[in-house]
Design a protein around this ligand. Structure first.
Ligand SMILES: Nc1ncnc2c1ncn2[C@@H]1O[C@H](COP(=O)(O)OP(=O)(O)OP(=O)(O)O)[C@@H](O)[C@H]1O
Ligand SMILES: N[C@@H](CCO)C(=O)O
Length: 327
């Protein structure tokens, strides 16, 4: 699956219908999906995304692309899908292992990922762009047949968790299972109280971290809508803290994000109150994800104590000590 020669063959198969002159593919990233940079002979540059098999259906990917088209038309800097000569942006190729794989070609966007180590105020930028995205989402009429994953306790940490089950993560002990189960129950109850009214719950990016921004001069570009779906708008703030929920600067990051968001968006006290529940839920979802991705470099880079620190966060949350000083 990760053999480069195999992936290059798939990339070239996906490019056939674009008739790009002398296209050269360069493998950039193997993560959830496989991303290639494509340099065409006429000097144009693209990003080709080969989807992991078995995660999104074709209608789900078409729905993501419809939102990207609409965001681009509204002036936001997001990856624009390129239609092939038949007018369709989604390609499906049969690979030489017999598996069908979806692929999409996007316009290339220049820029670098901001990191909080260089500038904690990067979260201000992230909050600002998230508010614009949410504003679009709230006013956009989704096309017929629009379908994306719905991110709720059921699909994040519950019986239908789409990224794996937290209770089967290697090394899980009985006390840890009991603590996390207690958190999951309480989060579910809090979110039921918060509710799913349309001003709180709608189409979001769902993985809006600094790693998914490309900054170039004054431009902030947003990438990786692969997990965009239906959830609480505040989930985009919880996801912004992904993997670093216990970083010593996390409250500052949140304050910066809120300051940026508030330039055009509105955050109520109820939104602030629900944030710790969303953050702990995201962390538990990520814990499950580390279980299904334990052999990846991304998970190894988290370090040996990351899972244990998740329990520290769960303890802090149950005592009302997680992000108690924000807002
Ligand atoms: N349209 C684009 N223009 C420029 N670079 C891009 C574009 N799309 C993706 N990239 C580059 O490829 C990298 C991986 O892309 P992306 O995050 O979409 O992949 P992914 O497999 O969904 O990864 P993740 O594990 O973060 O979900 C990005 O960090 C970025 O450097
Ligand atoms: N799907 C996510 C998991 C954590 O955000 C990723 O690609 O990194």
């Amino acid at each position: 699956m990760t053999d480069p020669a195999f992936l290059y063959r798939q990339a070239h198969a996906a490019l056939v219908d674009y008739r790009l002159p002398d296209a050269r593919a360069t493998l950039l990233s193997i993560s959830e999906n496989v991303i290639f940079r494509i340099d065409a002979g006429d000097g144009r540059r693209y990003a080709l995304r080969l989807h992991r098999p078995g995660y999104h259906s074709a209608p789900e990917i078409r729905s993501e692309l419809a939102w990207l088209d609409a965001l681009h038309a509204a002036g936001m800097e997001v990856p624009l899908p390129i239609p092939a000569h038949d007018g369709m942006s989604l390609r499906t190729v049969r690979c030489d292992d017999g598996i069908m794989r979806h692929a999409v070609l996007f316009v290339w966007m220049d820029g670098t990922e901001p990191t909080p180590d260089i500038d904690p105020a990067a979260f201000d930028r992230l909050g600002r762009i998230t508010a614009r995205l949410h504003d679009h989402s709230r006013h956009w009429t989704r096309p017929d047949g629009f379908i994306r994953k719905v991110w709720t306790p059921d699909t994040m940490t519950g019986p239908h968790a789409l990224w794996g089950r937290w209770d089967t993560v290697p090394g899980m002990t009985e006390p840890a299972r009991s603590l996390i189960a207690d958190c999951v129950r309480q989060v579910d109850a809090q979110l039921a109280g918060y509710g799913r009214q349309s001003h709180r719950f709608g189409l979001i990016h769902a993985d809006l971290r600094l790693a998914n921004l490309l900054v170039s001069g004054r431009q902030t570009r947003l990438i990786d809508f692969d997990d965009c779906g239906i959830s609480w708008f505040m989930q985009d703030l919880a996801a912004a803290l992904s993997f670093h929920e216990d970083h010593p600067h996390v409250s500052r990051w949140v304050d910066h994000w809120l300051r940026g968001y508030s330039t055009t968006g509105a955050v109520t006290q109820a939104d602030l109150d629900i944030l710790p529940a969303l953050v702990i839920q995201r962390r538990i979802q990520l814990l499950a994800w580390t279980g299904t991705h334990h052999d990846t470099q991304q998970v190894r880079s988290l370090g040996p104590d990351w899972a244990g620190r998740t329990l520290g966060l769960c303890h802090a949350w149950t005592r009302g000590k997680l992000l108690h000083d924000i807002g």
